[in-house]
Design a protein. Sequence first.
Length: 233
Amino acid sequence: MSPGHRHNERHRSDRIGWLRAAVLGANDGIVSTASLLVGVAAASTDHSAILITGVAGLVAGAMSMAAGEYVSVHSQADVEKADLKREKMELESAPDAELRELAAIYVARGLDPGLAHQVAQQLTHHDALGAHARDELGLSEALEARPIQAAVASAGSFAAGAALPLGVALVVPGDGLIPAIFGSSLLSLASLGALAARAGGADPWVGAGRVGFWGALAMALTAFVGRAFGATV
C-alpha cells in the first residue's frame, strides 16, 4: 500500500451519542406507555380514560426524557470542558512536565523511551492540547458529549416508541386491548433491541431477548397492580 493511499474503515463509535439516547428513548416510550395502558386497562374498562392516560404518558415522558438527557449530558460536557481548561493551563505553565507525562503514556503503551519521547515531541508541536485530550484524558470527537443532540434524539424516539402502544389502544377496544398491547409492544421491543444491537455490531438475538424480557416484566407487573387495586392512577 502506498504511503498516500488511505485505507477506509467503518467504525461504529461515532454512533454512541445519538444511538444510546435514541434506543433509551424508544425503549422507555414503548415500555412505560404500554405499561400505563395495560395497568389502567386492567383496572378500568373506560376506553377514554385509557387513551387519555396514554397521551399524557407520551407527552410527559418525552419532555422528561429530553430534560433528563440534556441535563445529564450537559454535566458530562461541563466536566470535559473543565478538564481541557485545566490541561491547557498546565501546558502553558509546565510544558516540560506535560511533555514527559505524554511520553510516559506512550512508554506504558509499548514504545521504547526514546521513540516515545520523539512521538510526544512531534504531537506536542502539532497539537499539544489535542494530544493530551486524546491520550491523557481519553476524550475524542467521536465520543464528545452533545447535550442538544441527546435531548432531541431521546425525546423524539420516546414519542415514536410511545405512539406504538397508543396506536393499538386507539383501534383495539374491549377485552382484546390488553393482549393486543402486550403482544405488539413485545414485538416492537424485540425489533428495537435487534436493530440497536445490529447498529452497534452486537448479536441481534441477544439484543431482542434482553429488551423483550424487561418489557414483558414491566407490563406484567403493572397489569397485576391495576388488577389488584382496581383503580386508575
